[in-house]
Write a new protein. Structure first.
Ligand code: CU
Length: 540
């Protein structure tokens, strides 16, 4: 492997190891929920594994993968990664932090689920480990910004390449998001878990958690969008329909991804209805850039398909390369994301939210969105990126072609069925859906069996993905690395000059003002109330 590719490869490697571990514990949960008598089945093991799955998939796999993508894309589009030493130091901080947090979870000392809501309390090492992962990611943000600034010095007039435009918005969203997380963990949780203060305010913690938690969703999604906008049209042999719309979409996510967190707290007391309404409005605003994305990408695909000889109103769809694993991954990810988006609109609507609150619907929702729209895109891009980073030809290509379809089928069985059982009243995060033989719970049983089958299909798909990666690394034939190249846009001007969408300090300043507008008053109001703290709870 060429030395300049090692940084990106190391990050993606850690991500895939986390994914493999996360997939293993997930299989056990799906079977456990269906009340299958597995050896070692117990509530304690179940909740350890739910915590491990959420942290490994939602926080470790995604964060490391995105950091690796950022380095690969920066190298390919700007010709540099500025500050490699800082990048490696940050990598190791994140790896050590992750290992400490994972060991704490697996030893049963941090069974707090991936949202780690107080008053559930973990061993302090869990919070220190998670902090290491975040500090490492801040190092990544610094290196990405430094790379951009160094490129900008040499290229004062052109707009930054669209793929880096997408990664820079990811960086800004992440910095805005983790500001809330830092307050929650460093100011509130760590002193309490170390015993320096006796009690904690759960509502204040949840508010800071969701300040972080919703933009976290866009931290996951924006790199997937960057792939959809800049890699996908080229892979299908076409052009991006509009570069300008893409730039606008990314910037809108900076503005609206953070001031929306109360849509996760509709059922929380102590936040006034008017603030919940304000966050609902911003939440619906953020559907807009995703609708623009759907339009732009479908237009790009249609143009490419017609250029390949596709005909008819919808017949062109057949002209797309459905056997090519990056294309099929992204296409299936996009279809699933449309379903997830409808569910998301239900979650975001105050009245309908109370119907699905804390039910299996929620886990169904995020398995369609982050668990498929994002994860399946990342698996697809892995097939594309591996030969480009390692100089090895992809092995087991038949498995790579089948794997995205298996993921899609598995997720339809698992994710869609969880929406149904959620509407039937089944809570999320339950170890046993039998409820001691209750009649209502008995009606869920056939559906939980279907979702368990979905879980098995997903596990097989995960195993195929990991096998392709391992086989390529071990037995891949040496080739000249193909180029990491991005799609051209239909509307690319001949002599481009950077425009309003490249004004990063301006957009960041506006988004900081929006975050303060959304949170300063409700938090100040909350702090003025008489607050009753809680001591820590460790149920296992
Ligand atoms: Cu949200």
């Amino acid at each position: 492997m060429k030395p300049q590719n090692k940084l990106a490869f190391a990050h993606i490697g850690v991500a895939i190891v986390a994914f493999a571990l996360g997939a293993m514990v997930a299989l056990m949960q799906a079977l456990s929920r269906a009340s299958l008598a597995l050896p070692l089945r117990s509530a304690r093991i179940f909740y350890i594994s739910v915590t491990a799955h959420g942290v490994l998939m939602g926080l470790v796999f995604t964060t490391f993968f995105i950091m690796g993508l950022g380095y690969a894309f920066s190298r390919a589009s700007l010709g540099r990664v500025t500050g490699e030493r800082v990048a490696w130091a940050s990598f190791w901080i994140a790896v050590v932090g992750t290992a400490v947090a994972a060991a704490t979870i697996l030893s049963g000392k941090a069974t707090v689920l991936y949202t780690f809501y107080p008053p559930l309390q973990a061993h302090p090492l869990f919070y220190f480990g998670a902090t290491g992962l975040v500090i490492g990611s801040w190092g990544w943000c610094g290196v990405m910004i430094a790379s951009y600034r160094s490129w900008r010095k040499e290229n004062p007039t052109p707009p930054v390449p669209l793929v880096m435009h997408g990664m820079l918005t990811t960086v800004i969203v992440w910095l805005l998001a983790t500001a809330g997380l830092a307050v929650e963990v460093l100011v509130l949780i760590l002193p309490w878990s170390l015993g320096l203060v006796k009690t904690i305010d759960p509502l204040l913690c949840r508010t800071f958690f969701w300040w972080f938690g919703h933009p976290l969703v866009y931290f996951w999604l924006l790199p997937a969008y960057a792939i959809w906008y800049t890699v996908l049209p080229r892979v299908v042999g076409g052009k991006l329909f509009s570069d300008n719309l893409g730039r606008m979409v990314f910037v809108l996510f900076i503005l609206f991804s953070t001031p929306v967190g109360f849509h996760h707290q509709f059922a929380d007391p102590g936040i006034s209805a008017s603030w919940k309404l304000a966050h609902t409005v911003t939440t619906f605003l953020i559907l807009f850039p995703s609708l623009v994305t759907a339009f732009t990408l479908i237009a790009s695909l249609e143009l490419a398909a017609r250029a390949r000889g596709g005909k008819g109103l919808f017949g062109w769809v057949r002209a797309l390369p459905w056997g090519q694993p990056l294309f099929s991954s992204v296409a299936l990810a996009m279809i699933t994301f449309a379903l997830g988006g409808f569910g998301g609109a239900v979650n975001a609507a105050y009245a309908m939210n109370s119907m699905v609150h804390n039910t299996a619907w929620i886990q169904g929702h995020f398995h369609l969105t982050v668990g498929t729209a994002v994860a399946l895109t990342f698996m697809g891009i892995t097939y594309w990126l591996l030969p480009r980073l390692t100089g090895k030809e992809l092995r087991l290509s038949a498995a790579a072609s089948v794997q995205p379809y298996l993921w899609f089928v598995g997720m339809m069985l698992f994710g869609v069925v969880n929406h149904i059982t959620g509407l039937m009243g089944m809570p999320r995060r339950i170890y046993d859906a039998g409820y001691g033989g209750s009649e209502i719970a008995a009606r869920w049983a056939p559906w939980t069996a279907v979702s368990a089958v979905g879980g098995v299909v997903l596990f097989v798909s995960s195993a195929l993905f990991v096998s392709v990666v391992v086989a390529t690394l071990l037995y891949g034939r040496k080739i000249e690395e193909p180029e990491i190249a991005f799609a051209e846009a239909l509307d690319a001007p001949a002599n481009p000059v950077r425009g309003i969408w490249d004004r990063w300090p301006l957009w960041t300043a506006i988004s900081v003002i929006l975050v303060l507008a959304a949170y300063a008053l409700p938090i100040a109001h909350h702090l003025m109330l008489h607050r009753f703290g809680s001591t820590g709870f460790k149920p296992f």
